[in-house]
Each structure stands twice: as C-alpha cells, then as structure tokens.
Ligand binder design. Structure first.
Ligand code: PHB
Length: 388
C-alpha cells in the first residue's frame, strides 16, 4: 500500500501538478455514401490542424469522436448528437455539412452546455437557432450577393435562377434576385428543385425556353453539383452561350479533374479556393494534402474544419478546459486571425465568420484546372442575417 501511494505521488510529480483531462470533440458529417468526399474533407482539415498544432491544449488532450451522417437527415442528426452528448460526454460539437442537420442539433446545446462550431451548413438562420452556435464556413447569402453585382457588371440583363429547394438554396436565390434586380436586372424565372433531383435535363430545357442570357445556380456540393455541371454542357447550354454563374459550391476543386475543359471560364464567387496564394494557405494545403492522401480531392469543407479547430482551441484555452459553453462562446466573439482563405473574424453579433469573398474563374494552369481568384470583395459580413 505504502509503495503504491509513493508511486502515485512520483507519477503526479513527473507529469506536473495537475493531471490534464481528455476533452472530446464530437464531429458529425457525411463520411460514407455519395457525399463521403465532403466528410473526408472535414477530416483532412481536422487532421491538418492536429498535425500543425498537436493535440495538447494546456494540460488537456483533445480527442475527436466521429459520427457518420451520410445525407441530410434531421432525425438521425438529433439521434447522433444526443449520443455524442450523453453517450460520449463530448464537450464540443462540430462539423454538420447540411443545414437541416445543424438545425436539428441546435436545440440541444443550451441544456447540454455544449458549443457547436458549424464547419459547413450555410443557411443564414442557423446561428439564430442557438446562442451556442458559431460558424466558420460561409453563408449562401454571403457567397451569392457579390455574384449578382458581377453578373450585372458583365452586362447580363436577364437571368434565371435554379436552386435546391431547402435553406441554403432559398437563401442563395433570395440573395441573387435581391442584388440582381436591385442593380436593374430582370429575373425570367426562379426554379426550385427537390433536393434529391438527379436528372437535370428537364431543368436545362426550362432554362433554354426562358430566354434568359444566363443562369444562376446553387446546389449543395457533392454528386448533384457534378451532375448539374455535366447536364449544362451535355444539353448544349454552354455552346448556346447561356452564361452560368454560381457560388463556388458548383466548381469545388475535387470536381474539376472530372469536369475538365467543360468548366473552363465558369465564374463563381466563394470564400476559399485551394489555389489561394498566401503563406498560410501553402502551409495548410501541404498539411491537408498529406492528411487526405490524394491532393486533388481537397475542397472547401477542409478549410471550414481547419478554422473550426482553431476556434475550438481558443475556446478550450479561454475556459482552461472547463465545460462552460457560455464562456467558451463569449471568448471567441470578435476573434480575428489569418485563415488559409485570408483575413477573417467572428462577428460578435451573430457568431458567423466575416471574410473576403473572391470572384474566381475556372482556368487551366500548368495542366491543372483551378478556381483562379480574379477579384476580391473584402471583409464581407453575412448580408442575410437578421437579428432574432
Ligand atoms: C447546406 O446544407 O447548408 C449546404 C451544403 C453544401 C453546400 C452548401 C450548403 O455546398
């Protein structure tokens, strides 16, 4: 007995005075199924952050606990979130690719005393669903608003809009129509497609029949965006000179090798391009490429996750590892840093990320298709956020 006590005392001395805790971070995302590449990018962003910064914060060790949610499924999201909180005892929640999944988790946060850092879901209203939600991705209002100005500047008078019929699609449509008509443009028609649409030929016919000079489109990045881009070319709209403009979800880098020359010249507005030219992005791309294995699979969800990990690390630092969601969220309001995407900050009013939005054009550089940044809209807040 005496030797045991002595041994324990020696161990405590060797490891410093306070023995640290393990802090679990629960991450929900699509890690299997058709959108698995998007979840793989969450993981690449997390792994890149851990490779650069390590898994120790003060005395504490962070541990990531993953839960697979292949499609937008609010009931399953609520069940997985509940299991992470109660079963795993996570102190932080993160990830959430689709808006309905983030919305389903938000009502549990206050009682659980757990902050949620959204790595992707992009409907403006999500931050109003709980005071414990912080977001490091973008909103479709934020990414679509500058595109309306660009389309007008490029002399397009009449547009048609096509979006997936759920939160981020409706937000994208509203942002684009507001900006475009506000700048004197005309909208021929606004089409909302069910989320599970995968035959886009009838939509392409409606676009042709509308007589619009251009189409603005939003779909959640994944198999649907690739299918939409291919249908635009295969149905002859590109050849007919119908200009396609979109937020960058439609030309995510992981789709560019497949789209190839068909995507050349497509204009998009977005918060992040893998080709962004900065030392911070070079370091990030190096680490994230190693993490994902195949660098051509890297895409925007990785940067939402990487910056999300930074925000969570600041929350853990500020609370000394104690579980205090309110103090953790308070601590990151106004936090500013240089992300791989450029300068960013957390707006203290809505807990959403303020950032540059870039106009990009798909270009071929050294035999590789990239989203080449050609113009910067600096320091963009979320224009879609309304005080609750
Ligand atoms: C969303 O569901 O909020 C969402 C998903 C994928 C995107 C953008 C938004 O590319």
């Amino acid at each position: 007995m005496k030797t045991l006590v002595m041994a324990g005392f020696a161990l405590a001395l060797m490891s410093g005075t306070a023995l640290g805790d393990t802090i679990k971070i629960g991450v929900v995302g699509p890690f299997s199924g058709p959108a698995a590449l998007q979840g793989k990018n969450f993981q690449a962003g997390i792994d890149a952050w851990l490779a650069i910064n390590g898994n120790q914060i003060g005395d504490d060790t962070i541990e990531i606990v993953y839960r697979d949610l292949p499609a937008a499924d609010p009931a399953q999201s609520a069940a997985l979130t509940q299991d992470l909180i109660v079963g795993e005892g996570v102190q932080y929640l993160a990830g959430y690719y689709y808006t309905p999944d983030a919305m389903a988790a938000a009502p549990m946060l206050e009682e659980a005393n757990v902050p949620l850092v959204v790595f992707n879901a992009a409907t403006s209203a999500i931050v109003n669903a709980s005071p414990y939600v912080v977001r490091t991705s973008f909103t479709t209002w934020q990414t679509s608003t500058p595109m309306a100005a660009v389309a007008r500047e490029r002399g397009i008078n009449k547009m048609i809009t096509v979006v997936s019929d759920y939160g981020p699609g409706v937000d994208a449509e509203t942002a684009f129509v507001t900006g475009f008509t506000g700048a004197g443009g005309e909208i021929a028609e606004s089409i909302r497609m069910p989320m599970n649409t995968n035959d886009f030929s009838p939509i392409m016919q409606r676009i042709k029949d509308s007589g619009a000079e251009g189409v603005f489109a939003f779909l959640p990045a994944g198999p649907a965006t690739l299918g939409f881009m291919q249908a635009y070319v295969e149905n002859g709209l590109k050849d007919a000179g119908v200009t396609l403009v979109a937020p960058g979800d439609l030309t995510q880098e992981s789709d560019l090798p497949v789209l190839g020359p068909n995507a050349l010249g497509v204009l998009t507005t977005f918060h992040y391009a893998v080709s962004h030219d900065s030392p911070e992005n070079a370091a990030f791309v190096e680490a994230a490429s190693k993490a994902i294995g195949n660098p051509s699979e890297l895409s925007f969800p990785s940067v939402g996750a990487f910056d999300g990990m930074y925000v969570i690390s600041k929350m853990i630092e500020a609370t000394g590892g104690e579980q205090d969601a309110q103090a953790a969220v308070e601590a990151v309001k106004g936090l500013a840093w240089t992300s791989p995407r450029g300068p960013v900050s957390i707006n203290p009013e809505n807990r959403h990320i303020t950032q540059n939005i870039y106009l990009r054009e798909v270009a071929e550089v050294d035999g590789k298709f990239i989203n080449k940044e050609i113009q910067t809209f600096e320091n963009q807040n979320d224009p879609g956020w309304k005080a609750p």
